[in-house]
Design a protein around this ligand. Structure first.
Ligand SMILES: [Zn+2]
Length: 477
């Protein structure tokens, strides 16, 4: 299997791979799509967040058919192996083929979602295809919270059928996705001088992972476990004062590690004795779900300031009472999480402590309830509460004409279509919020290891899924 550039979708995949396009750096690829539209005489809109919508008229015989929206995001996750020299701001991806899979040397491939972008450009570039009027939507900043899609306006669109090209697998389609909201709870801190000994409480060894796919797995949250242990220590040694608190890397990942720097006149041995009891209890709780958990307290250089003992306790108590993890799961669709939240990142910046949390909920009411709980709790512990980037979920709908069309196309190939329900947020939810009558499917080829340097695209599947997609469009008469 070759990467055959005479196939238009391979050609365009290769072209966009030359353009650096990490999230928030989509201007160049967005302009590339705009010049493509101009060259092909197609109408387009480019908005102020670099989203592009390209209109393609119906092919003969489809003039009266309902418009179909096709959609993919242009940005990619920029991950590379440590030993690889690659500047994601400047360098093209270095594509290569091995055993029928397409890779980028040492970096993410950007098949998520270059595959969808390439499909749309190939379709727009092929006047021989049969299809209804199309609106191809190229979005930005999907990977950092669907921010491009959230900037879209209802009036850009005139279709009620929609194919999201961001979910692969070739034989399946999504039927529901979760809504989401980011919350930042922050607390202005006052520091006092310190002369006591200084220690660091370290939580390590947890699995972590994506807060949509793994929230139901009873994994430890390093930020909250740190708070749990230190609050227990405070009960015995009330002179404990926090100097610094760090944990987690991304709001949508379950934090694997945390560090709390604190001061106390208590000896290390005594602190360790008390902490060891907590570590043992937690390790027992996590023995089947997150067995790598470990914690320790180490002495560090004395810091010259720390919070008051009262403020310390407020922070720790807050972290011990806020809801976290899986809150609800579906009794209709097996294994589907329907409401959760993830305390993803904690850090102190310029005298303010920030806790970044991501709420996910399929039903709006669950999201409302969780937000309300955090709104009630925050001021009780002296925290400010701020909500941003909220988007609604895409709820399962029993009847979907688009799903039946896809099912029929796959059936003709001898494939039984699988329906997938996910707890993650998809741009589908944002579009559903914008156009409530939208009939949605997701479709794409087989790819693996998204968001890692091992990301790869199955080239034979890239061919087949394109054919299937064209067959779906042909049946949208
Ligand atoms: Zn994606």
């Amino acid at each position: 299997m070759e990467f055959d550039l005479s196939k238009k979708y391979c050609f365009y995949f290769n072209e966009i791979s030359k353009i650096p396009r990490g999230s928030r750096n989509e201007k160049a690829v967005s302009d590339y799509v705009v010049s493509f539209a101009k060259e092909h005489g197609l109408r387009y809109i480019q908005d102020d967040t670099c989203n592009v919508i390209v209109d393609m008229p119906a092919s003969p015989g489809y003039e009266n058919s309902e418009t179909v929206l096709l959609q993919a995001h242009m940005d990619i996750v920029c991950e590379k192996n440590k030993d690889v020299e690659h500047d994601f701001e400047k360098d093209p991806l270095d594509l290569y083929v091995e055993d029928g899979w397409l890779y980028a040397r040492g970096t993410t491939l950007g098949a998520d979602d270059g595959m969808g972008v390439a499909y749309m450009l190939a379709i727009l570039d092929d006047p021989s295809l049969k299809h209804p009027p199309l609106q191809c939507v190229f979005t930005t900043m999907e990977e950092i919270g669907l921010l491009g899609a959230l900037n879209l306006k209802r009036e850009y669109f005139h279709g009620t059928r929609y194919i999201n090209l961001d979910e692969g697998g070739e034989d399946n389609t999504c039927t529901t996705s979760s809504g989401g909201a980011r919350t930042v709870m922050s607390k202005k801190l006052s520091y006092l001088p310190n002369e006591a000994k200084t220690y660091r409480l370290e939580i390590r060894g947890l699995k972590g992972g994506h807060s949509a796919g793994r929230i139901h797995m009873e994994l430890g949250n390093a930020i909250l476990l740190g708070a749990r242990v230190l609050e227990k220590l405070c009960q015995k040694y009330p002179d404990i004062r926090i100097a610094d608190y760090n944990g987690g890397l991304k709001f949508n990942a379950i934090p694997r590690e945390s560090d709390i720097v604190f001061t106390s006149d208590t000896d290390l041995d005594l602190l360790n004795q008390e902490a060891q009891g907590c570590f043992t209890e937690i390790a027992a709780e996590l023995q089947y779900s997150d067995p790598g958990f470990n914690g320790k307290i180490v002495p560090v250089e004395t810091v010259d300031q720390a919070l008051s003992a009262k403020e310390t306790l407020q922070i720790l108590q807050f972290l011990n009472v806020i809801p976290n993890g899986l809150l609800h799961h579906s009794m209709a669709i097996e294994g589907l999480s329907t409401a959760s939240l993830n305390a993803g990142v904690i850090h102190i910046d310029d005298g303010v402590l920030y806790l970044d949390d991501l709420i996910r909920s399929a039903a709006k009411s669950h999201g409302d309830m969780i937000i309300h709980q955090l709104e009630i709790l925050s001021p009780l512990f002296g925290f400010d509460f701020e909500l941003s980037d909220r988007y609604l979920g895409w709820d399962f709908e029993k009847d979907s004409e688009m799903r039946e069309i896809l099912r029929g196309v796959l059936k003709d190939k001898g494939i039984e279509m699988k329906e997938v329900a996910i707890h993650g947020g998809l741009e589908c939810g944002v579009f559903k919020g914008l156009i409530p009558e939208l009939d949605i499917i997701t479709y794409g080829p087989i790819s693996e290891n998204a968001h890692t340097p091992d990301e790869r695209l199955d080239l034979a599947s890239f061919d087949r899924a394109y054919e299937n997609l064209l067959a779906v469009l042909e049946r949208c008469i």
